[in-house]
Design a protein around this ligand. Structure first.
Ligand code: NAD
Length: 357
């Protein structure tokens, strides 16, 4: 088991990472004793885990109020936030009570937004259960919901006080979610400042979806340490934290245009490879880095080519709708070598030419 803590503005987050933690909640969450806890989870996770979670909390004399929302990104909306507020009000929650987010990134982002705004901030703990949440989204305090066609438009910065990461939860994560989560882990190890160690880890690890939690654990933990580095450097996301968005500019456009056919990690896989091919073409990146990444992504059956029915023109137009695009300009995350990432702002029209489109 590994523990570390992160100070983000006035918030301190304590992280516990290890197999079996999910079976010993009383040991890791003594502060919940005799408190009221709203457990936010989704319709996939509740049938598998809610009963054992509730039993463990009951042993601490916790009053558990479960709220089970529909699985998926479509729950990250204002109506769900209101639904959770209603329960908090009906059950007379105070600022001293807890919201426990048990689930993937959707549950963490939504739960964090509710916790940060209910009575101007109630206590907030995360138990992440997907690779995305365990390696990335649970840490760093970004909370959000989507609004109109903008993803993560409404949100706050509100770090959890504790994050309990148990890779054993990954045993029940569907294979496609494992691949998508590992696409983001690959990206984190690529941009990690811990080089050449993290690049070697990428080269030497097995990336197959049938891996046991014990084998995934090292990769997920290392990605979470990379996230720790970037959020400590740049909590409010003005510079270094943006390096974690490598591959996301094209990825977001492709994801939006694919209308649900591609999951986020799959779109990021396409986005990373498209950017790296252009960097290699402009002799800004060594081809062996591209080849290694491509192999890793393909081992996970992740797509690396733009879908046939998406034209370059449509993707370029979609880029202009990105909430980060300002006056036809877009900020790109570029890579010189593993761990050597930089930001560059370009006109969207020039970007398309740069990509060779
Ligand atoms: N706050 C941040 O810094 C940050 C960073 C990255 C991503 N995100 C957000 O995270 C979300 C994506 O996260 P995600 O991929 O975890 O999505 P998700 O929460 O939708 O989970 C993916 C699917 O896996 C299921 N699942 C999760 N854990 C499981 C388990 N142990 N067993 C069985 N099924 C399980 C969920 O029910 C869901 O169907 C997006 O909304 C994204 O915007 C936020």
């Amino acid at each position: 088991m590994k523990t570390w803590s992160v100070q983000l503005a006035e918030h301190q987050t304590q992280i516990y990472f290890g197999q079996g933690i999910g079976q010993q909640l009383g040991e890791y969450l003594p502060e919940l004793a005799a408190k009221k806890v709203l457990v936010l989870t989704d319709t996939n996770l509740a049938p598998i885990y809610l009963q054992q979670l509730t039993q463990q909390l009951a042993a601490l004399s916790v009053t558990v109020v479960p709220v089970i929302i529909s699985t998926g990104e479509s729950s990250k909306e204002l109506a769900t936030v209101l639904e959770v507020y209603q329960t908090l009000i009906a059950e007379k929650f105070s600022r001293q009570d807890y919201l426990l987010a048990f689930g993937g990134g959707v549950i963490g982002d939504l739960g964090g937004l509710v916790a940060s705004t209910y009575m101007r901030g109630m206590k907030f703990i995360q138990i992440p259960t997907s690779i995305v949440a365990q390696s990335d989204s649970s840490l760093g305090g970004k909370t959000a919901i989507d609004y109109q066609h903008y993803k993560n438009l409404i949100g706050t910065f509100y770090p959890a006080s504790k994050i309990l990461v148990d890779p054993d939860f990954l045993k029940t994560l569907p294979a496609r979610e494992i691949s998508c989560g590992l696409a983001e882990v690959i990206k984190s190890l690529l941009v990690s400042p811990e080089q050449p160690l993290d690049y070697q880890l990428l080269q030497q690890s097995q990336f197959v979806t049938g891996e046991l939690p014990s084998q995934l654990s090292k990769l997920v933990q290392q990605a979470l340490l990379v996230k720790t580095h970037f959020v400590q450097e740049d909590f409010y996301d003005f510079k270094e934290r943006r390096f974690l968005n490598f591959g996301h500019t094209i990825g977001h456009s492709v994801e939006a245009l694919a209308n649900g056919r591609l999951h986020h990690g799959e779109a990021v896989s396409i986005g990373m490879v498209t950017m790296m091919r252009a960097l290699v073409q402009h002799q800004l990146l060594a081809p062996d880095v591209l080849n290694m990444l491509t192999q890793r992504l393909q081992q996970l059956s992740l797509p690396i080519e733009l879908p046939d029915d998406l034209t370059h023109e449509a993707i370029t137009q979609q880029l202009a709708l990105d909430k980060k695009a300002v006056a036809g300009q877009i900020q790109l995350v570029l890579l010189k070598a593993p761990g050597q990432t930089y930001l560059q702002t370009m006109a969207i029209s020039d970007f398309a030419v740069w990509l060779g489109w």
